[in-house]
Design a protein around this ligand. Sequence first.
Ligand SMILES: C[S@@+](CC[C@H](N)C(=O)[O-])C[C@H]1O[C@@H](n2cnc3c(N)ncnc32)[C@H](O)[C@@H]1O
Length: 243
Amino acid sequence: MPADLEPSIAPADCPKATEKAEVKGYFESTGFERWKRIYSDSDEVNNVQRNIRLGHQKTVDEVLHWVEEQGDLAGRSFCDAGCGVGSLAIPLAAMGAGSVEASDLSEAMVSEAERRAREAGIPAERLRFGASDLESLQGRFDTVICLDVFIHYPQPAAEEMVRHLAGLAEHHLIVSFAPYTPLLAILKSIGQLFPGPSRTTRAYTLREEGIVATAASCGFRPVRRSLNQAPFYFSRLIAFERG
Ligand SMILES: C[S@@+](CC[C@H](N)C(=O)[O-])C[C@H]1O[C@@H](n2cnc3c(N)ncnc32)[C@H](O)[C@@H]1O
């Protein structure tokens, strides 16, 4: 979970479009610089960022492991929704996924992802990138994956997004989000969960039962769950299957 983001505007004052524009602006500028470093081997990170990197890597590794277990990588199409700098899409393509379409709201993140993919020698026809918000995604994929993006979505919007992503997924849907727990709520309210010098966008924790119920209403049942943690990083990961 992007734990160094913290609420800055009261929800009631912040219409959805304005908030998305703020998130986009953040990930095109200071957020891009920060997250590009977090999702890399760079030493130019502080302790909080290093821990977020470790926690996030656990999430990515778990997804790659689950996907590999599901089998037939080469015969499957993947959508990485909100791909950031390609931390998942690039290894997924490198492992032999049939096709990967990766997109992100931030053009800066997408350009960096594309640069990293080419540097890693991944052919463009196997891993395609595009700048797009989740809402505009279209198509049909064997597997749709959305990691650590719902932190920018309040519960109703996150559930709406689960419905949308489920509509794009033939067989598998994998999502991660910062889970709501009473303890995290208390830590958040006293500022211990979201420290950091730059507090630019709002961070939402989500109630897992709402996410699972929404997926169920679209015909998806949870088959794997994990909680990936490091100090300042808490991310619930759930794999759903249709049927
Ligand atoms: C914390 S990063 C996670 C990136 C990537 N999923 C990963 O796990 O490495 C959150 C990403 O979500 C993207 N994002 C936020 N809101 C989005 C939206 N509405 N549509 C698409 N991407 C979005 C941001 O630009 C950012 O790259």
